[in-house]
Design a protein around this ligand. Structure first.
Ligand code: ATP
Length: 375
């Protein structure tokens, strides 16, 4: 096991085209780190630079106490698990798993013991004599993970390892990966498009956009205190709702006047923080779908009513997602069954203003980031 430290790591594929820019991260020993971000943001390139499959253009990569920029992949003592399993088709499961140990000249007896132990742990002992072609996707991925574990590497690097599996198996393997990590405690860097995987597996998530780190934080922190508009919109499903507008004085307090002409009262403490400091500046109010209600839920909270027309009502059994077309665009609300809303009819949603986020309309930074921390 080992710490992995990246200092100002950059990758340029073509002249002046940065695929990864100034990537700095201190990954603690035993930590489970997940890279997320839209397609092409540099997740795999960063992982491949750590693995040694891609040259580092500038910056430093430390694995344990060794500077590894120029170390061969084999010398880094890392195990990689890919989306497409990378198994040798002509070899049995046993030989696939044993391969990396036999080329390291580990004694046969020890190989046998480690393969059997690992196969037991992953529930694939009955498959050891089969060829990969006779395995299901989930079984193949278990074999690939088994081969990675057997080597007892300093860290696992996983590039979308579950993305070829169907939804049910994916959930199952996700839980298995979590318990495996708990058991082994090996430093893991994991790339995924799947938010649920990121939120449930990670100790910390790294959100990337266009080659730059946007935020590094625990899943809860990322969800509750996104540093900017991009992270706020990227994490969470359905996404956070956004309304543009300005803060205005209203009576003794302040209100948010949206570009669509709605007046949303602000709780006193929030109003004081935003007005007059942000008077006449365009802000973006962000509100998560679960902070919009079909009825004002509690009488100790300040709700702002927003009217519109229900465009869709997706029932998920235990809850429903309501889509409301308003003068500020569409809002999505996660509401309880029995909400009473009907498609194509008008409805009112109640925004829990205590949970509203505010972003600077120009810089897109979360202007309440520090305030929420201090509060
Ligand atoms: P995805 O989620 O789609 O896998 P990603 O976040 O992993 O995307 P990367 O594969 O790291 O993104 O790619 C980052 C950028 O580098 C992209 O703009 C991509 O086109 C570019 N890139 C990746 N590999 C090469 C290469 N070998 N040559 C030139 N450009 C490349």
């Amino acid at each position: 096991m080992a710490e992995i430290v990246l200092k100002d790591v950059c990758k340029v594929f073509e002249k002046d085209q940065y695929a990864v820019s100034n990537f700095s991260l201190h990954i603690r020993d035993g930590e489970f780190i997940v890279f997320v971000g839209p397609s092409g943001c540099g997740k795999s390139t960063t992982l491949r630079m750590i693995a040694g499959l891609e040259e580092i253009t500038s910056g430093e990569l430390w694995i344990g106490d060794r500077l590894c920029n120029y170390a061969e992949p084999g010398e880094r003592d890392l195990s990689m698990v890919f989306q497409n399993y990378a198994l040798y088709p002509q070899m049995s499961v046993y030989d696939n798993m044993a391969f990396s140990l036999s080329i390291r000249k580990v004694p046969k007896q020890e190989i046998r013991q480690r393969v059997h132990e690992t196969a037991e742990m992953l529930g694939i002992s009955n498959l050891l004599s089969r060829r990969p072609a006779a395995l299901s996707g989930g079984q193949k991925q278990r074999v690939a993970i088994g081969s990675a574990i057997l080597r007892k590497p300093k860290a696992f690097l996983m590039d979308e390892p579950l993305s070829n599996l169907d939804a049910k198996l994916r959930t199952h393997m996700r839980v298995e990966l979590a318990s495996l990590h708990h058991k082994l405690g090996t430093t893991t860097i994991y790339v995924t498009h799947d938010q649920t995987e990121a939120m449930t597996l990670a100790d910390r998530i790294v959100v990337m956009k266009a080659g730059y780190i946007q935020q590094v934080a625990t899943p809860v922190e990322l969800y509750n205190r996104p540093t900017n508009l991009f992270v706020a919109g990227f994490i969470g499903s359905p996404s956070m709702n956004f309304l543009r507008g300005k803060v205005k004085k209203a009576g003794d307090g302040a209100a948010f006047l949206t570009e669509g002409g709605q007046v949303l009262p602000l709780p006193a403490a929030l109003g004081k923080t935003l007005w007059p400091q942000y008077d006449n500046r365009t802000l973006v109010l962000g509100i998560r779908p679960e902070d919009l209600y079909a009825f004002p839920a509690r009488n100790d909270r300040l709700y702002a009513a927003v009217q519109g027309t229900v465009t869709a009502c997706e029932s998920l059994g235990h809850e429903a997602i309501l889509h409301l077309e308003t003068s500020d665009g569409e809002l999505a609300a996660r509401v309880e069954p029995g909400h009473g809303a009907v498609e194509d009819r008008s409805a009112t949603l109640f925004l829990d203003m205590e949970n509203a986020h505010f972003f600077d309309g120009e810089t897109e930074q979360n202007i309440l980031y520090q305030w929420r921390n201090d509060a």
